[in-house]
Design a protein around this ligand. Structure first.
Ligand SMILES: C[S@@+](CC[C@H](N)C(=O)[O-])C[C@H]1O[C@@H](n2cnc3c(N)ncnc32)[C@H](O)[C@@H]1O
Length: 268
């Protein structure tokens, strides 16, 4: 039963469309993060949407931002941008030289931060067509290119296209683990960035545990231990709150690439 209603009395409007009224599950109902859901009010009743059904969220302008940023207080794009910006400043490197591959780009929240930072080139990748359409609709002009593709199954022309951008920065925010981006996809994106390039991402803190089944804990540790990733900074912070109000903690990481990830280290 959903009783936790947001925006019922005054539905919010974007330039193009009204954001529907959103209701969250009862606060005493706790669930795994990848099972979370909300209901939205439509003309003919309420419709349930799982948070991980991003395609459904993106088709309604403003819904993703209202749900995750206004109601659930997500601040990950800002946090990852801030840590990257701090490190650039620390070494005296202007953001204007950044050629960024933004993986799991969604509707462009991270792209917007990077553009604000002054990045020279931003290319988005997402597995969903709805994400590319939403980025174009809601943040036109942010991405110089936005590719809908599966990084675990790259065709040679896609590989060549990515290489042609000569990326010197990778961002990946709120997209690792949970059946989203697997280690192979992360490795493909990482390997297309030039050595010395910036790597900025976040990950749920549980996925850095020894028990983590996603493979990221072992992969990141090994990358650092074997000198493929030079850690510059990392910070544990509140990514957002869960539907029951509990804090969800992530770790944001900024480093520089010092070598490619071997294919044998990762899985799809
Ligand atoms: C929580 S959203 C984050 C979007 C954006 N980075 C942000 O911070 O607002 C996760 C995104 O990762 C994308 N994604 C999931 N699996 C993917 C994959 N294998 N390859 C590329 N993108 C993927 C989803 O489609 C979704 O747009």
């Amino acid at each position: 039963m959903a009783t936790h209603v947001h925006g019922q009395s005054s539905a919010l409007s974007t330039a193009t469309q009204t954001i529907p009224c959103i209701a969250l599950p009862e606060p005493n109902l706790s669930m795994e993060q990848d099972a979370e859901w909300c209901v939205i009010r439509e003309d003919d009743g309420w419709r349930e949407i799982r948070f991980h059904d991003y395609g459904e969220l993106y088709t309604i302008p403003g819904l993703y931002e209202r749900l995750f940023y206004d109601i659930l207080k997500c601040n990950s794009p800002t946090m990852v941008r801030k840590l990257l910006e701090d490190q650039l400043r620390r070494v005296g490197q202007p953001a204007e030289g950044l050629r960024v591959l933004d993986v799991g780009a969604g509707n462009g929240m991270v792209g917007e931060e990077l553009a604000d930072l002054g990045a020279q080139l931003i290319v988005g990748i997402d597995i969903l067509e709805e994400a590319a359409e939403a980025a174009k609709r809601d943040r036109p002009g942010i991405y110089a290119d936005y590719q809908v593709l599966d990084l675990t199954d790259l065709a040679s022309d896609q590989r060549q296209l990515l290489a042609s951008y000569r990326f010197n920065c990778l961002t990946c925010v709120a997209a690792l683990g949970f059946g989203d981006i697997p280690t192979l996809a992360f490795a493909e994106a990482y390997n297309v960035v030039a050595d010395g390039g910036w790597i900025a991402f976040n990950i749920k803190e549980d996925f850095l545990d020894d028990q983590d089944p996603s493979g990221f804990s072992g992969l990141i540790r090994r990358m650092v231990a074997e000198g493929l990733l030079v850690l510059r900074t990392q910070r544990r912070y509140q990514h957002r709150i869960a539907t029951n109000g509990d804090p969800l903690h992530y770790v944001a990481v900024v480093g520089t690439k010092a070598g490619a990830i071997p294919r044998a280290w990762v899985s799809a």
